[in-house]
Design a protein around this ligand. Sequence first.
Ligand code: FAD
Ligand code: DLZ
Ligand code: SF4
Length: 508
Amino acid sequence: MSRLVLILGDQLTPGLSALREARKDGDIIVMAEVMEEAEYVRHHPMKIALIFSAMRKFAAELEAEGWDIRYTLLDDTGNAGSIVGELLRRAEETGAGEVLMTEAGEWRLIEKLKYAPIKVRTLPDDRFLASHAEFEEWAKGRKALRMEYFYRDMRRRTGLMMEGDDPAGGQWNFDHDNRKPAGGELKFVPPPAFEPDETVRDVLELVAARFGDNFGDLEPFTLATTRAEALEALDHFVTHALPRFGDYQDAMLTDEPFLYHALLSPYMNLGLLGPLEVCKAAEKAWQAGDVPINAAEGFIRQIIGWREYVRGIYFLEGPDYTTRNALQHTRDLPDFYWGAGTRMNCVSQAVTQTRKHAYAHHIQRLMVTGNFALLAGVDPAQVHEWYLEVYADAYEWVEAPNTIGMSQFADGGVIASKPYVSSGAYINRMSDYCKTCDYKVSRKTGEGACPFNLLYWHFLDRHRDRFEGNSRMGNMYPTWDRMDADRKETVLKDATAWLARLDAGEEV
Ligand code: FAD
Ligand code: DLZ
Ligand code: SF4
């Protein structure tokens, strides 16, 4: 009896475990564009276009290599509308009695496949460097699951930037050389733009017709949609941006969405690029003397450290992770996350570029939109859904730990040892946004006071019981306590009034 080999939209890797085990004579590859995946959240149109284009091209490559492949287009008559539905339809059509697949990256789909009325054999997703078992073993018995220690193990295991048993340059982490604000004289080379071919143009037409009302611009669409193009994007990054990646990793500049960032997460998360090959390209450039050590180390840490670590946490913590709400935040996500007007220039910049490019870099996600939601007490489930929808690289295994854990502290501190909150001073230091903002970052209260300043103290005050004893909150409570009572009262009153205007739907 023949066998179906399921390849999901984010499993576009020639060496995928299911493909390695499959046989060209007899097995049938199944790939399907289905509404259930395309609308379980309202994905940014560019994200859907990227996935469908890359799926179609990957399928064509497999077919050219001699695989028997059944590919379902979204608009095909008979499309069952879901992954499980498509498997059952193809099983009936071909007489196949079993499905082979690589584990899905999301609990929702794992559960659906587990209860599918057909036998599904699942192989581990070994495109990641740490298996579930290895991560569990690392986590076992530890009081705190801090990324830094996990990262050191990953350096030792991969041998990346190692000199024998020691880290290259004598340090594991060169972050103290990073995090410079961006000055005006910096030059940025824009990311490579890939002209849509016929396949992409067909997909763009489909996405415009079916998902045109979702938040986000569909065009200009210039993303890579094949492994060959993604490799070009990698090469471009290593040559033009990596040398300054470390220095300006946390900087933010008006109308400069990309700076020296890699823009490679959509391709790694789809499977077009492997994490190890990306890190090796960075290591090679450092070995050749083209890239300083702080840039290469910082970049590699994001991938073998953060990326692997958050995936480990997602699977360790289980399917209820996305429903956690340790701080019991309940405010609705403000309309300006969907492009409604706001006078906060930093938020407006981050949301505008998200709409245009389905991209914002880490500090914009963490310290602008994430920081605001946390300070304002927005329901983390709504924040999570927003991040899952609006970014081209968003899949739950990576998005949820970053949002629920790192950004919103909704997991109660599994990932973050302290909440990532800041007043306007941090945004002012790392960006030029405040210069042209309606609010004054230097104002702590009264007319025109920066909302981040007001909400920062409001947050600390309302969560005093939880955070007062947190050593990493440093001297924030003593600073708050040293303010005179009148001033504290004014700060809290102004913050409450500002939140009331937000809740009333005023443009704030
Ligand atoms: P660079 O800054 O150039 O970093 C290089 C690579 O490191 C990235 O491509 C990415 O693969 C990896 N990386 C860096 N930081 C992280 C991290 N914290 N977690 C995992 N990988 C990381 N990343 C996603 O891939 N998908 C998401 O859905 C996602 N959601 C996020 C939500 C929030 C609230 C926050 C704070 C972060 C989120 N991140 C997510 C992490 C990070 O912001 C993106 O990986 C990064 O911005 C991607 O852009 P880049 O390729 O230019 O990254
Ligand atoms: C995100 C996505 C979208 C939009 N569409 C499809 C699809 O039509 N077919 C498919 O196989 N996969 C799609 N995906 C990716 C899946 O949602 C992804 O595999 C799971 O969320 C697990 O990460
Ligand atoms: Fe953002 Fe405040 Fe700066 Fe305006 S003043 S850009 S609201 S941090």
